[in-house]
Design a protein around this ligand. Structure first.
Ligand code: TMP
Length: 219
């Protein structure tokens, strides 16, 4: 991890509890004196939010998997160039709910698009920009999808296109996330998110704090 402001991505299957963990971590890091920017994908810019609505709508949207990959990537290019890099340059800690790992897991593992193509696009358009640290909330898809569907019903949003996919899809997504974590253990914190939400959140805060302290002490 760099000694400059870190870029921290949250990854995991639907219903893993990333959103709440990110809010808790943002509050903890702010209390520690950091200037924190919380953001998410797809989204994070006006263009990204429009793409989010198109991509996640459960009703009506029929995307070819290639279109889905290119739109997720388009939202990321806008986000990296216009929001994430400028914030890091200004010394802000950036917490991002989903990043490249989600494209590798959903469009790669889930849909079956080759990882090389996803990584080529990432290299070509954002110079292979990567998180300094990824927090992976690993959840059993049966548990996560149940949580996520209940939340979508309570919020009455139309964002459930991926939650509507079958369990096999979500199991491939999970397998990809776990493989990514195994390939990059030094930049990943793997958290068991099948546990109670407050336990998961406290675990995230303590692991990230100790990684940040270790990276600062290394200069
Ligand atoms: P969330 O923001 O509520 O986690 O939902 C975003 C959804 O979009 C989630 O189902 C995963 C999906 N997604 C992809 O398929 N590929 C991506 O690159 C990203 C960022 C998200």
């Amino acid at each position: 991890m760099t000694a400059n402001a870190p870029f921290i991505a949250f990854e995991g299957g639907d219903g893993a509890g990333k959103g709440g963990a990110l809010v808790t971590l943002a509050a903890a890091l702010t209390a520690d004196g950091h200037d924190v920017l919380s953001t998410r994908e797809p989204g994070g810019t006006p263009e990204g939010l429009e793409l989010r609505a198109l991509l996640l709508a459960a009703s009506g949207a029929v995307w070819d998997q290639g279109s889905e990959l290119l739109l997720m990537t388009a939202a990321r290019i806008q986000h990296v160039k216009r929001v994430i890099r400028p914030a890091l340059a200004a010394g802000r800690v950036v917490l991002c709910d989903r990043f490249l790992g989600s494209t590798l897991a959903y469009q790669g593992g889930g849909r079956g698009i080759e990882a090389d193509l996803i990584l080529d696009l990432h290299r070509r358009f954002v110079e292979d920009f990567r998180p300094d640290l990824t927090v992976l909330l690993d959840v059993d898809p049966a548990t996560g999808i149940g949580r996520s569907r209940r939340r979508l019903a309570d919020d009455a949003t139309d964002e459930g296109r991926f939650e509507g996919l079958d369990l096999g899809f979500h199991q491939r997504v999970r397998a990809s996330f776990r493989a990514q974590a195994a390939q990059d253990p030094y930049r990943t914190i793997l958290i068991d998110a099948d546990r109670a939400i407050d336990v998961v959140q406290q675990d995230v805060v303590s692991h990230v704090r100790s990684r940040l302290a270790a990276s600062l002490s290394q200069g």
